[in-house]
Design a protein around this ligand. Structure first.
Ligand code: 3PG
Length: 391
């Protein structure tokens, strides 16, 4: 695959697809993680003397209409501050944009363009005509086959992978394809059903698979324990059993909690009680792993060569049910393992416990991170590969 770093960008019209889909509340950006990650690419292109056009989506506006709430205006302003120079936000750009050498402009939300979501060929060609070089750098959107991520790659004069995309693929590839063992994965979250493919793909690769949150409840039930009124997916019991059996047959472990933190209601003020996993009452729900379990998992993390983390193991938004997640987060930060973390809730936990510096790699991908770990091909990456192969 062609890389942006290997190209001479001077005086070229360079269209960079970033994932600048950041949370915005009342016109204010509440997390700049994706912007911080994209900034070095934009700066590099500017410093190389390119005419830089940055394109991204934000949210899911309706195509063919202007939607103020989904405007990239706050993003352009943020970028202007970081670059020390106002950054123009261009609304009408499909027929061409004038950009000076070394200038950076932001093109308004590409999801307002008709045909973006359907990967429309006409729109893809319009994007392609804007530039001499198209740079795909939006790892977070690489799992979407849309006009600005996938279609344009087919028609741009030159298509290249940006440094952020390359960095993400390197880090995630290292964790899954060539990991230092033991490889331990933490897959947690409320529902087994949303992470089934992830669990199934990982079970064949990992040495330990720690499940947490509602996902763990289904495994606890599958292991023969009562879970009271915990969130559980009873129809996936056989699937959970099969995952445990598969793991066992490959010499991998899926440890089940021996103690849990329960409450009779789901709230920030609910009374938290630690119980052995076989003592959960009918009127109780499991909201976190217990301290013994957390300690046991932390020991596994300490011995791991690679840790992949997606999902908090308890309801960490409520402090009384956050100790399990905190213990694992601190164990990851303290371990020498190569660790990667990704997904919205996981990043919120990383943030809450202040362990950013202790994680080897924090992915900007939500859905894309999951799909990569599920072993799926990301359409935008496949399109870059296809361009490289057809040379
Ligand atoms: C994300 O936030 O995961 C990406 O920006 C993709 O957004 P989407 O789910 O709206 O396609």
């Amino acid at each position: 695959v062609t890389r942006m770093q290997d190209l001479d960008l001077r005086g070229k019209r360079v269209l960079i697809r970033e994932d600048l889909n950041v949370p915005v509340e009342n016109g204010r950006i509440t997390s700049t993680q994706r912007l911080d990650a994209a900034l070095p690419t934009i700066v590099a292109a500017r410093d190389a003397g390119a005419k830089v056009m940055v394109i991204s989506h934000l949210g899911r506006p309706k195509e063919g209409e202007f939607d103020e709430a989904s405007s990239l205006k706050p993003v352009a302003e943020w970028l202007g501050k970081k670059l020390g120079k106002d950054v123009r936000l261009v609304r009408d750009y499909l027929d061409g944009v004038d950009v000076a050498d070394g200038e950076v402009v932001v093109l308004e939300n590409c999801r307002m363009n008709v045909g973006e979501g359907k990967d429309d060929e006409t729109l893809s060609k319009k994007y392609a005509a804007l530039c001499d070089i198209f740079v795909m750098d939006a790892f977070g959107t690489a799992h979407r086959a849309q006009a600005s991520t996938h279609g344009v790659i087919r028609f741009a004069p030159v298509a290249a992978a940006g440094p952020l995309l390359a960095k993400e693929l390197d880090a995630l590839g290292k964790a899954l394809e060539n990991p230092d063992h033991p490889l331990l994965a933490i897959v947690a979250g409320s529902k087994v059903s949303t992470k089934l493919e992830l669990l199934q793909n990982l079970v064949g690769r990992v040495d330990q698979l720690i499940v947490g949150g509602g996902i763990a409840n289904t495994f606890i039930l599958a292991a023969g324990h009562k879970v009271g009124k915990s969130l559980v997916e009873a129809d996936l019991l056989d699937t959970a059993k099969k995952i445990m059996a598969d793991a066992k047959s490959r010499g991998a472990e899926v440890p089940v909690p021996t103690d849990v933190v329960v409450a009779t209601e789901f709230s920030a003020t609910a009374k938290a009680t630690v119980k052995a996993v076989d003592q959960v009452g009918d009127d109780e729900m499991i909201l976190d792993i217990g301290p013994d379990t957390a300690k046991r998992y932390a020991e596994l993390i300490a011995k791991a060569g690679t840790v992949v983390w997606n999902g908090p193991v308890g309801v960490f938004e409520f402090d009384a049910f956050g100790k399990g997640t905190e213990t694992l987060a601190r164990a990851i930060a303290a371990s020498k393992a190569f660790s990667i973390a990704g997904g919205g809730d996981t990043l919120a936990a990383v943030d809450k416990y202040g362990i950013e510096d202790g994680v080897s790699y924090i992915s900007t991908g939500g859905g894309a991170f999951l799909e990569f770990l599920e072993g799926k091909e990301l359409p935008a990456v496949a399109a870059l590969q296809a361009r490289a192969d057809s040379k």
